[in-house]
Design a binder for this molecule. Sequence first.
Ligand code: L34
Length: 280
Amino acid sequence: MAQIIDGKAVSAAIKEQVRDEIARDNIKAGLAVVIVGNDPASRVYVNNKKKACEFCGIQSFEYALPEETSMQELLELIDTLNNDKNVNGILVQLPLPKQLDEKAVIERISPQKDVDAFHETNVGKIMIGNYSFLPCTPAGCMELIHSTGISVSGKECVVIGRSNIVGKPMAMLLLHENGTVTICHSRTKDLAEVCRRADILVAAVGKPNFVTADMVKEGAIVIDVGINRLENGKLCGDVKFDEVSEKAGWITPVPGGVGPMTIAVLMKNTLTAAKLQNKT
Ligand code: L34
């Protein structure tokens, strides 16, 4: 029976560290969160970010724009935020409505304020290993792996999913810690066989119950990035928790696993951004 990795507890510890440093050094930090449209899941995540800011003593500025917002309007807001001294971090909640070009929006954010680490400048820095911010979800997964006390070095790591936001950077962070990393995707042949090699398996597919027990090695660390909403309104991960938890050594739950970690790392990144900007 797997040990459950408690993302709520690990994230709470990180948020406390951020809060204590902000209080101790009397740091002024501000985060602007932009949400466009009425996606109910995005609404929940943005509210959780706001609450975390309040807890940490970070000033939060929320911009809720209508579904039909144009590219020009959004880019103008980003320019204003780029130039606002009270704003140290800018986050545009994804996904955006169809008329908006996500890539162009991300590239407009000043790399110094890009607390998601989605801007190509920051992605490039991560690739080289010379970065200020790590992307929130992958860095949160790394913290959950660290919390097991097991070292990544030399381990077989398998990431399922190759998105720019999770899969690719996740693989890079595992590589930085000397994991032997494989990225799987929809064209991978014999996915189950590849996954069964993993000492550390990260599922970022976006399909409920995609990872089944036959894909998991006995004793493995299983990190479930998926947050899928079922028709009954319940949340469910990419991993079939009931059967995989019988076989894995460690497993993250959904909810209460990776989700809260994404937010904790965002708080950490906002503090880092504030410190860097206050220096210059
Ligand atoms: N720009 N867009 C940008 N940055 C991000 O880092 C995100 N992400 C993802 C979606 N779009 C983004 C988030 O904030 C996913 N994500 C996120 C944040 C928080 C939670 C989940 C995903 C979260 O709080 N999860 C809770 C459950 C919340 C619920 O009830 O729905 C959990 O315990 O997993």
